[in-house]
Design a protein around this ligand. Structure first.
Ligand code: NDP
Length: 341
């Protein structure tokens, strides 16, 4: 049987903020499966800030997207046909098959997930790439100690909201910086953050950080860069640690991001600032996912997802990341399961 596969390809490389001309919807037939192949129907697609970087033709830790090619990214799907002994119809799988409705996968490109443990979408969020980013970035680089103050930017997003809760589990005082009062209430009332700062309405951000962190900042988990980070860096304690996870405030800038130089601050405070990508810890993903799953089951970790519906809404959902429209992980639901609940 031949399936018509809707795909979203990179139509052109964006300058500044991507828009509708960045993406193009196309249709392509999927032919008969070859021996060893598995046909996967996409159920959930992940939209992630790092995908903006892959739209540039620039050297990075990951290959750029190619113009005319499907936008690659994390997704969850259901096996609807299999010519592999390792996968059966109805299996739920995850892989990097990206923004398309069907994918003919090879055995090594997908991995089964257990739908009985938690909602399957969590494998793109708290139990997936963003949860692992929070876990390893905070614990390996941030190393929060009991009683220390941990500040997180992008705090109400997928990574940030998990970082704050792990820091609480470790006994730290946690301060979240996010872009709306609604998000700050969520952090304090639902996730147990001690303090919150709305960076969009704060008149003097450095002063706000001072108010929220009277004992200074021991760990700054940086998801956004830019002026928010400039303000936090004014309040570092000696031997502070700064896991540099993301810099979303600069992803759509056309030129270089200019700001205060950090060297003198780092020297004065003997502070450690270290960039990382979650892939650095790939050999320990199993350990991280196990611990996150355990905390989730024990009720020590909570999560929220912002789920948009419909394949046609994937590009707009991606753009919503830069408008702060999500709380927790932003996902697009593309289809319901056909063979299971
Ligand atoms: P989020 O769920 O946090 O979504 C993005 C959020 O960023 C928005 O909701 C918005 O919240 C905030 N934001 C958008 N534009 C700006 C801006 N100009 N200034 C400040 N905040 C802004 O995304 P993720 O949790 O998936 O990712 C968070 C960060 O971590 C990103 O920078 C991402 O690139 C990075 N990352 C890094 C990884 C790694 O391996 N190093 C892996 C995964 C993610 P608000 O309303 O608060 O503005």
């Amino acid at each position: 049987m031949t399936f018509v596969n809707q795909q979203i390809i990179l139509a052109e490389r964006p300058k500044g903020m991507p828009d509708s001309s960045t993406f193009k919807f196309v249709e392509k037939d999927i032919d008969e499966l070859k021996e060893g192949q598995i046909l996967v129907k996409t159920l959930f697609v992940s939209v992630d800030p790092y995908m903006r970087g892959r739209m540039e033709d620039a050297e990075s830790y990951i290959e750029p997207f190619q113009v005319g090619e499907v936008i690659e990214g994390g997704a969850i799907g259901e096996v609807i046909e299999s010519k592999s002994d390792l996968f059966q119809q109805g299996d739920v799988v995850t892989g990097m098959f990206g923004w398309q409705q069907y994918y003919a996968a090879n055995e090594k490109e997908i991995r089964k997930i257990d739908p009985s443990l938690a909602p399957i979408s969590t494998h793109l969020g708290i139990l997936g790439m963003t949860g692992l980013t929070a876990y390893f970035g905070l614990l390996e680089i941030g190393q929060p100690q009991e009683g220390e103050t941990v500040v997180i930017s992008g705090a109400a997003g997928a990574v940030g909201s998990t970082v704050g809760q792990i820091a609480k589990i470790k006994g730290a005082k946690v301060v979240g910086i996010a872009g709306s009062d609604h998000k700050i209430s969520y952090l304090k009332d639902e996730l147990g953050f001690d303090e919150g700062i709305n960076y969009r309405t704060a008149k003097d951000l450095a002063n706000e950080v001072k108010r929220a962190c009277p004992e200074g900042v021991d760990v700054y988990f940086d998801n956004v860069g830019g002026e928010v980070s400039d303000a936090v860096l004014t309040r570092l304690n000696r031997f502070a640690r700064i896991p540099v996870c993301g810099a979303i405030s600069s992803y759509n800038l056309e030129g270089a991001d200019i700001g205060p130089r950090v060297q003198a601050t780092l020297i004065k405070k003997s502070a450690l600032m270290q960039g990382f990508t979650v892939g650095n810890y790939s050999e320990r993903f199993h350990e991280g996912a196990k611990q996150l799953g355990q905390w989730l089951q024990e009720g020590k970790l909570k999560y929220r997802e912002t789920i948009k519906e419909g394949f046609e809404n994937i590009p707009n959902a991606f753009l919503d990341l830069f408008k702060g429209k999500n709380i927790g992980k932003l996902l697009v639901k593309v289809a319901d399961r056909q063979y299971g609940k």
